[in-house]
Design a protein around this ligand. Sequence first.
Ligand code: XUL
Ligand code: CO
Length: 482
Amino acid sequence: MTLEKKNMAGRILLLLLCMNVVSFIVNAVPQTCPADLGGKCAEDDDWEGEFFPGIPKIKYEGTSSKNPLAYKWYNAEEEILGKKMKDWLRFSVAFWHTFRGTGADPFGAPTKYWPWEDGTNSIAMAKRRMRANFEFINKLGVDRWCFHDRDIAPDGKTLEEANANLDEVVALAKELQGDKIRPLWGTAQLFMHPRYMHGGATSSEVGVYAYAAAQVKKAMEVTHYLGGENYVFWGGREGYQSLLNTDMERELDHLARFLEGAVAYKKKIGFNGTLLIEPKPQEPTKHQYDWDAATTANFLRKYGLLGEFKLNIECNHATLSGHSCHHDLETARINGLLGNIDANTGDPQIGWDTDQFMTDIGEATMVMLSVIRNGGLAPGGFNFDAKLRRESTDVEDLYIAHISGMDTLARGLRNAAKLIEDGSLAELVRKRYSSFDTEIGAEIEAGKADFEMLEKLAKEWGEPKVASAKQELAEMIFQSAL
Ligand code: XUL
Ligand code: CO
């Protein structure tokens, strides 16, 4: 080796040493529970340190604040239309997106490597993640969370093993919940495991139907044990890929029997939470039986299940079915079925369920108009069934996304209240139908006007005058509240 080469090698060695020292200094004070350092935190699920050091408890700072880690519009204790904001909004964190979302998509590998993750799906990891969940929820200042059985605990080789795993993690969750925090809802994951490839309740295999029932039974038990306020059925694989190999009538009958079984079991264990069905038109199946609010209402009506279920409307599901979120909320509401909202939004240029945090103030205002007309959502609420973009990879992005989603809905609530207090939109609608606020209108609405009578009137009145719909004026009034 020449002297020059030796010098170069020395310089590289020095540089590497310096880099090591820097990385030692950075790592010497663990920033969080660093699973990959092989320290106490990685081995011991009782580690009591902070997962989110440097993130304060998120506070309301008002609209002039530029702090990304503060609420600008959501002021939990402030009263709007006679109710505290926190009681209108009843926010919830979705465990699966926040703590199991990896950023993977059909074309790319995971992008998120949260420091507390050790790359396993062990019980110890599940417990560490659960501790991170409650620190997150507490710092955000919300009182609710939602989960699938298999998000929070590892599956097992047998049902008994899976149930035992779930019990162990749920016992810790119960302890960490304290007096205030409760599940907004729990659910069973009946779509990930290969056994559910033909569906759960609508599988062509009787053994799968039984397995799905057993899984729902257990998930209902743990939701009840944790003080959950609702229980959700999302039929991710309850549908078909081709009608040529499907007995749709038989599958729908099976689904109804399955839901009847859930109602009976809920009563047996004294679970008073609301059972919710979450419509979605497709993805992963070509056609899902709970297509949208109207289809689901009809299904419940046909099988005599109307009094037992409400709907969990997810905004991005509504748009996938060709409706606006406002449309599906109103359809649920006027059928007495609006129970909960999975608060997210889609992308107008992407055709699938992108599960983004809602940021459109107009959409949020329409959502809140429905919620106010519904008298609120309790015992339901707003579950953030929403995830970070694949490219958002900082831990603080988890907070920023939730803060932004909460502020958007809080802003929607303030705007909707403004519109209601102002009254001109309601007056425009009232005026539009005022021809029915007459004696004959009342008779029609009471079902007392037969066609002969109406024909006589039509002849007597002649060509009717037809008023303007005033759509642009309605839009102008709406916009002025945003
Ligand atoms: C999937 C979806 C689910 C349900 C619960 O699109 O929304 O996460 O909310 O299974
Ligand atoms: Co959802």
